[in-house]
Design a protein. Structure first.
Length: 396
């Protein structure tokens, strides 16, 4: 049986080149990067190199890069840290209805502490209105947090425009760029981004390591108390091997971004065209202009069938996909992202996300198309609702 992984938005594998660069820091250069002796200094040198690589990739200074455990921590730190430090100035935050749970639930937690949050609508392709954003700003607004690219349907927001608005009103701008880093060009200075979250395992680096970029001069509260690591802003022993891996991974991702995206987009575009041609009653969710969505993303809602049933049938054929965000996969509710773009609730239940990677092939893509067509046909033939729509007597 074939083994085809199409869930790269949930996680990528660790690139062999990345792993090779990490290995010595488990067994040979294993010192604590905070130690003053030679072993510690060697580890710190590797961490500094990774910090420089990450800074170069997004157009910031190494001193503006803070290592975390991943995107969720970075999101929490950016939003809660800003709220804590600037609550005397204001208590209003602006975000969107389609953010990752790490942003949505952080904002909900702050609401319980007395903060006010405006959740912006998106259009039927998942893009916010910058006019609506500007109208939502008040004299008490201290933070705008808008994700760079959506994790479910790949919609890319007008980040530079949002950054310009934030700068105009002197409001801090944070973006969850977990899905975007390594997949689209990012320049935090040119885009007026004050804080940015990323996670290593989304661009062929290791899991459990992330970054919060924070512009120098912007004050936020600490994420946790303890030691004086990360310039006394984020306590905890530095995860040297993972940081080394993340630095190498982002360097490779940026160097190969154009070639990877061309390859991945070719597979994705073929897949989308085949699904729309061969499967009736299907909705292609997100931007139809492929330049406004991530190259790897294809999100469909299939009428008259449940997404979980499709997922399990595909899994039985060796095809790994997702019915939405991996961080919300335990929920039986339809995706709030799909509902936010106007997908009817009964159709949203039939949503599947396919996210391609650099190792996928056209042969694999064709196999997935063939299996998907067969699976949808089979599930619909078993669906009482589909039979009723066809006019069959379902009570015989």
């Amino acid at each position: 049986m074939k083994e085809i992984y199409l869930d790269h938005s949930a996680t990528t594998y660790t690139d062999p080149e990345v792993l090779q660069e990490m290995l010595p820091y488990f067994t040979e250069v294993f010192g604590n990067a905070s130690s003053q002796h030679k072993a510690g200094r060697e580890a710190l040198k590797a961490v500094d190199t990774a910090r420089e690589r990450i800074a170069k990739a997004i157009g910031c200074l190494p001193s503006e890069v803070y290592f975390t455990s991943g995107g969720s921590e970075s999101d929490n730190w950016a939003i809660k840290g800003m709220a804590e430090m600037h609550k005397d100035k204001g208590n209003h935050i602006i975000t969107t209805k389609i953010e990752h749970p790490a942003v949505i639930r952080t904002c909900k937690a702050l609401e319980r502490e007395g903060f006010e949050v405006t959740y912006l609508d998106v259009d039927n392709e998942g893009i916010i209105s910058t006019k609506q954003l500007e109208e939502a700003i008040t004299e008490r607004t201290i933070l705008i947090s808008v994700m760079f690219a959506n994790n479910e349907m790949g919609a890319i927001q007008p980040i530079a425009e949002i950054g310009a608005i934030a700068k105009k009103y002197k409001i801090a701008f944070h973006t969850d760029a977990v899905q975007a880093v390594g997949n689209v060009p990012i320049d935090v200075k040119a885009m007026n981004i004050d804080m940015l979250s990323m996670s290593g395992h989304k661009f062929y680096g290791p899991k459990g390591v992330g970054v919060l970029y924070k512009r120098n001069g912007l004050r936020i509260g600490k994420f946790m108390d303890g030691g004086e690591q990360e310039r006394n802003m984020r306590a905890g022993t530095i995860n040297t091997p993972a940081i080394v891996g993340m630095g190498k991974a982002i360097e490779l991702a940026v160097e190969n971004m154009q070639a990877n995206n061309e390859h991945i987009a070719k597979l994705r575009d073929y897949f989308v065209s085949q699904v729309l041609e061969k499967i009736p009653n299907v909705y292609f969710n997100g931007p139809k202009d492929m330049s406004k969505r991530l190259a790897n993303n294809a999100n469909f809602s299939f009428e008259y069938v449940e997404g979980e049933s499709i997922l399990m049938r595909l899994d039985m054929q060796g095809i790994r996909v997702s019915s939405g965000s991996a961080c919300s996969s335990g929920s039986l509710e339809p995706s709030y992202v799909m509902l936010s773009i106007g997908v009817p609730i009964e159709i949203a239940h039939g949503t599947i996300r396919f996210s391609f990677g650099k190792s996928n092939t056209m042969e694999q893509t064709q196999y997935v198309v063939d299996q998907l067509v067969s699976i949808i046909d089979n599930l619909r033939e078993m669906s009482p609702l589909f039979k009723e729509i066809k006019g069959e007597n379902i009570y015989v």
